[in-house]
Design a protein around this ligand. Structure first.
Ligand code: AN7
Length: 366
């Protein structure tokens, strides 16, 4: 079942909204016991593995709703700027809906898997000599006349779809976590998580009305909200600098964003939840990506590892208290960025197709 069907009462859909779905959502919540074991601070750490959505990232949650509403409205095409995952989701859902899609991506700065997705589904792929922030500005200008539906997270339906991740976490855990950590780029997802936790607990959050005042089910099913922790890559950390930056740079290309659209919303989330931002450098990010892969069997993309890297850092700082339950959103799948995985791993052994040679090699390891 797709998430619009599952959470219909809590989403702004009408009885005649055409549902465009790839059966997204319902992703695993995995406890990271091995990874946390060596740390002296005892917490319960979980990963919500959003890389297991149909196009390999959390963007599918927002896109099922944004594209469904675009079709309801009768638009012929959607457009977005992207560091790769939004475009992958947009083109797939547009293909499913039978409408055209246009995507603006920063030339040479999106991961290989994401580029292949953009190219595969029949979209018009426009590589720009500029970064995500340039693309976002251009899309807002081009989308102004209403002919094309913008499916970046300025589209409130994206946030409504993405808020469902919080509903699922509460259902899966059976309670509300103490902390929720996630990577922050354009800041749509941190906003959506807070919306979800707020709606689930029947509490209002300061931007709920501005992202769309709809007649939706408000009956609470939880009693609290977590503290939200937003983590950024050090070279692309406008929230840490407290101002937007013009030349973001990081190996985690998904979050190579200097001018987040949901700037004010994200600050409100931090203030209302009593949370904080922190940053990790590229080396910390890649080491944590590897740690997840080697100790837990979970292969996420670099941007996603920022959430876990940040939690480990703040555990060390004693900012997260022992005994806490902490959920990290792993936003995208590691297969999105095979170049990084290969560059950061031991080279395969090259041997003859010979039993003795292989046996000798194995002996060296056991
Ligand atoms: C894996 O695809 O912005 O803070 O254009 O792909 O909601 O932007 C991607 C963002 C985290 C940050 N992790 O989420 C895009 C895009 C992954 C991502 C983020 C992104 P937001």
């Amino acid at each position: 079942m797709g998430l619009i069907e599952k959470y219909r009462d809590r989403l702004p859909v009408l009885s005649n909204t055409p549902i465009v779905s790839l059966e997204e959502g319902d992703t695993p919540l995995v406890e990271l016991k091995n990874l946390i074991q060596p740390f002296k601070h005892k917490i319960k750490l979980y990963a919500k593995f959003e890389g297991l959505n149909p196009t390999g990232s959390f963007k599918d949650r927002g896109m099922t709703l944004a594209v469904s509403k675009a079709v309801e409205k009768g638009v012929k095409a959607v457009i977005c700027a992207s560091t790769g995952n939004t475009s992958a989701a947009a083109v797939a859902y547009a293909a499913r809906a039978g409408i055209a899609s246009f995507v603006l991506i920063p030339s040479g700065k999106i991961a290989l898997g994401k580029l292949s997705q953009a190219m595969m589904h029949g979209a018009v792929v426009i590589q720009i000599e500029g970064n995500f922030d340039d693309g976002m500005r251009l899309v807002e200008e081009i989308g102004q006349n209403g002919e094309l539906e913008i499916v970046n997270s300025v589209n409130p339906f994206r946030l409504h779809g993405q808020k469902t991740v919080s509903f699922e976490i509460i259902e899966q855990l059976g309670y509300v976590p103490d902390f929720h950590a996630l990577p922050v780029g354009n800041a749509g997802n941190i906003t959506a998580h807070w919306m979800g936790y707020s709606e689930a607990s029947g509490k209002s959050c300061c931007f709920q009305e501005s992202v769309g005042c709809y007649e939706i089910e408000k009956k609470p099913f939880s009693n609290d909200r977590p503290t939200i922790l937003g983590y950024q890559a050090a070279g692309a950390a406008p929230f840490m600098r407290r101002e937007k930056i013009s030349n973001p740079e990081t190996v985690a290309t998904a979050i190579r964003i200097g001018s987040p659209v949901s700037w004010d919303y994200a600050w409100n989330v931090i203030r209302e939840s009593g949370g904080w931002f922190n940053e990790c450098n590229d080396e910390e990010i890649l080491q944590t990506q590897k740690l997840l892969a080697k100790t837990e069997g979970i292969f996420c993309e670099p941007a996603s590892a920022v959430a876990v890297a940040g939690v480990l850092k703040d555990l060390g700082n004693d900012k997260i208290s022992p005994g806490s339950t902490v959920v990290c959103t792993l936003t995208g799948h590691g297969l999105k960025d095979p170049d990084i995985a290969i560059a950061r791993s031991d080279k395969p052994h090259s041997v003859a197709a010979n039993r003795e040679e292989i046996a000798k090699l194995i002996k060296g390891y056991i």
